[in-house]
Design a protein around this ligand. Structure first.
Ligand code: HEM
Length: 339
């Protein structure tokens, strides 16, 4: 079958391809969980070789090998899922940007595999481990956008125009939040892979003070991550609250806005729990996964708000009050006017 030609008309909704993209996103979330567990349990060097594990495809799954080799198996499965996804999109996807994004996913998972291998062979150098952690977050975002771009709401309907006269625009606010969350994920990865997770041992204060003495680079990185959490919280709450106050009826924005508020609160609590439990496996790993969900949710709001910006204005039926999404020229029923 030939690849579909680029077309300006809306792409037909393909339920199975969308379900498959969602399954890939869920599998990638599980991969993030498996990768987080490797670091949280200190199993990064439990298997000393790569690409084989102790020279075998299936070594005995004992001790840290369970986490390290388990992570490799989940990663290999996501790699295969991604190849199938790109092949499917190459054949069936009419929009060039979506096809290209599927190819980017393949490139990213290949580089990610190589970085994972290098991390092991070079004995966990922080720079490679941090890159591996950040690319994992980026790959997750790519797959989430593929799932979003193939959803019914995205392909089958154009959204109603968003009456967004705020400055900055809603999509820009959400984009700023996405970038700041990503910067915070990078800081978190640097902290985790340079062993600075307990450089400040107390929480919510730092050495009993608001601002700790910057006696080492580890303390500075750790404190930057805590200060970053406040910036991120403000950046995420700003668009979320604006959506809930001004566009409560736009469920495609209001639902992720509520999720953003929930995720940012949980993430800060998990950060605190990570310190107070001395990097216990459960809170430290959950902190990695919720960070990924937070970034992906910010990106979803950005894409949906940007899309609604150029949406359509359906004509309002006569006699109906003009409201968001209806053409400004629609008649407005005022108090005392004839019914
Ligand atoms: C909403 C803001 C936050 C986000 C998005 C975030 C994100 C992250 C991520 C993704 C990591 C792991 C990076 C990786 O290994 O790939 C991390 C590590 C860490 N974060 Fe946060 N974080 C936030 C707030 C906080 C807060 C308030 C604290 C409280 C102290 C905190 C404490 C930590 C600690 C201690 C680690 C290292 C854990 C370890 O060494 O195992 N985080 N952060």
């Amino acid at each position: 079958m030939m690849p579909l030609a680029e077309t300006k008309s809306p792409a037909p909704f393909d339920a199975w391809r969308h379900r498959y993209a969602v399954a890939c996103a869920v599998a990638t979330g599980l991969l993030l969980l498996a990768g987080g567990l490797v670091t949280s349990t200190g199993s990064g060097l439990a298997v000393p070789d790569w690409p084989l594990s102790f020279g075998r495809v299936f070594p005995p799954m004992v001790g840290g090998v369970l986490f390290e080799h388990g992570h490799r198996l989940v990663a290999a499965s996501v790699g295969v899922l991604t190849l199938v996804l790109a092949f499917w999109f190459a054949r069936r996807e009419a929009r060039a940007w979506v096809r290209r994004l599927a190819y980017v996913a393949v490139g990213a998972i290949l580089v990610q595999g190589l970085l994972g291998g290098l991390t092991v062979l070079l004995r966990l150098p922080p720079a490679v481990s941090v890159l591996h952690a950040c690319l994992a977050q980026g790959f997750f975002c790519v797959v989430v956008i593929l799932a979003l771009a193939t959803s019914k709401g995205f392909v089958a309907r154009r959204p109603e125009a968003l009456q967004d006269d705020g400055v900055p625009r809603l999509w820009a606010l959400a984009a700023i939040a996405t970038v700041l969350v990503h910067a915070q994920l990078i800081l978190g990865a640097v902290m985790r892979h340079t062993g600075a997770g307990l450089a400040i041992p107390d929480f919510p204060l730092a050495f009993g003070r608001l601002v700790p003495p910057m006696a080492s680079s580890e303390i500075a990185i750790h404190f930057a991550h805590r200060a970053g959490a406040l910036v991120v919280a403000a950046a995420v709450l700003f668009p979320a609250v604006r959506i809930l106050r001004r566009h409560p009826g736009r469920n495609e924005l209001a639902a992720p806005a509520r999720l953003l508020i929930f995720l940012v609160a949980v993430q800060i609590l998990l950060g605190g729990a990570t310190v107070l439990t001395r990097l216990a496996v459960v809170p430290a790993t959950a902190h990695v996964v919720v960070g990924a969900l937070l970034q992906a949710a910010c990106l979803v709001v950005t894409v949906r708000a940007a899309r609604a910006r150029g949406g359509f204005l359906p004509a309002a039926p006569p006699g109906i009050t003009c409201r968001e999404g209806l053409a400004p020229a629609a008649p407005v029923r005022t108090a005392g006017s004839a019914a």
